[in-house]
Design a binder for this molecule. Structure first.
Ligand SMILES: *Cc1c(COP(=O)(O)O)cnc(C)c1O
Length: 416
């Protein structure tokens, strides 16, 4: 009996070893390609050296650099300054930036500029931050594909779901992303929503007790000053039916010095608080981003990421997988991948749905479930977030289902 068991477990072990070897072969292509995907941590020396150049150009100190007001006041908005800071830019590229900038505003924080490649026009940081000619294509997209104009029952509010809504508190950002879905709101005037309008938005929430989740966004919610944030979060915190609050911000990516001790002590007063940010490429996951994430987590904030699937930036499965791994290392949980919307001036970023499906197919099973966000297409005209999945349920009737497993095996599954 004992001998028989031993023999059997020996066979099991042999089987498991063979399977383990198969699994190892499956991950080898990723392991071989992965070092080719640059990350913020790997590039930290290059970033520091560019930071040095930027600081000497502005005749500023490291202390200035760490001050988010200094960063905002020294945003780069002119091609000749850019040219001095990124000497690798060609004359043609400078002219292009100037020309497109006349139609669509651009601005980059010194910090985000320090992540840019000097020489590679296809650098994912450059593509997100600096304007290019394809933005002027007139024959694509809408200004407001989300129909935000028609889903606002009160000032500053967008309501598209039964139990939650958005308050738009500002149109300001540290950087104007070239793929921005709200570029129609990014005019020449930087404005925070006036206090009277925010009060009207709060009144709407107070009057509608089914609202249990309030998402404060913009623009970038963390561009509000500490006093206003303290007031707004305090007001929301005092509404009994508001169970959770969320902030939408790209500050951890484009302006990590915004995450100050003072800000964190304010945020810590109003739990439960969730912050969703938008890292789109592993190059953005830097030491500074980690420091910002660590501080927020110490303040009790739960961090999530809403990436946008962007052609030429992160539409390749290896890049997106690496991004999600880097995010988990700094305790930011991948939450959504949004398919880029059909916004005028952004066609060059819009991937195919097939690209998104391929990304999802190569995440599930191949890596931690924690690194698998939900892939979303926003239905036109405010129809709402629609999840898109590769097909795993091949057929289903009363007695059985046919499933496709993560590695593509078809299996029958009986239902009682
Ligand atoms: C995205 C969004 C939300 C939040 O959606 P979740 O799926 O709960 O993250 C809420 N309101 C509006 C209008 C939105 O666009």
């Amino acid at each position: 009996m004992a001998v028989e068991l031993q023999e059997r477990s020996g066979t099991f072990r042999q089987y498991a070893l063979k399977r383990a070897d198969e699994l190892k072969q499956m991950i080898l292509p990723f392991i071989n390609n992965s070092p080719k995907v640059p990350t913020g941590f790997l590039l930290s020396d290059a970033y520091e050296s560019r930071r040095g150049n930027i600081l000497s150009y502005f005749n500023a100190t490291l202390e200035d650099w760490e001050n988010w007001h200094w960063q905002m006041a020294h945003r780069i908005t002119e091609a000749h300054v850019l040219n001095a800071l990124l000497p690798g830019l060609t004359m043609d590229q400078c002219e292009e930036i100037e020309r497109v900038g006349k139609t669509y505003r651009w601005a980059v924080s010194p910090y985000y500029l320090s992540l840019m490649s000097d020489t590679d026009p296809l650098d994912p940081i450059r593509l997100q931050g600096l304007p290019t000619l394809p933005e002027l294509a007139e024959d694509f997209g809408e200004d407001d594909p989300m129909g935000e104009g028609i889903t606002s029952p009160a000032p500053c509010i967008t309501r598209r779901y039964p139990d939650r809504l958005i308050i738009n508190v500002t149109n300001m950002c540290a950087m104007y992303c070239r793929h921005c879905q709200r570029r129609r709101n990014i005019g020449e005037n930087d404005t925070h929503s006036p206090r009277t309008q925010l009060k009207a938005a709060l009144d709407y929430i107070r009057a509608n007790p089914e609202i249990r989740d309030v998402l404060v966004t913009g623009g970038d919610a963390l561009l509000l000053n500490d006093l206003t944030l303290d007031w707004l979060l305090g007001e929301l915190h005092a509404i009994p039916h508001v169970e959770i609050k969320r902030l939408g911000t790209r500050a951890p990516v484009t302006l990590p010095m915004r995450i100050t001790d003072e800000l964190c002590s304010i945020l810590a007063k109003y739990p439960p608080l969730y912050i969703n940010t938008q890292f789109n490429h592993p190059k953005e996951v830097t030491k500074d981003a980690k420091k910002a994430a660590d501080k927020l987590i110490s303040a009790g904030v739960v961090l999530g990421n809403q990436a946008v699937l962007l052609k030429g930036i992160n539409h390749e499965p290896e890049v997106m997988k690496k991004l999600n791994h880097e995010l988990l290392k700094i305790r930011v949980r991948p939450y959504y991948i949004f398919h880029a919307k059909n916004v005028k001036g952004t066609r060059h970023f819009v991937p195919r749905i097939q690209d998104g499906l391929k990304v999802m197919d190569q995440l599930r099973g191949y890596t931690s479930g924690l690194a698998v966000p939900t892939y979303i297409i926003n239905a036109p005209k405010g129809g709402g977030k629609t999840p898109i999945l590769p097909q795993y349920l091949v057929s289903l009737d009363e007695q059985h289902a046919v499933l496709r497993t993560w590695e593509g095996k078809l299996v029958h599954y009986e239902t009682p």
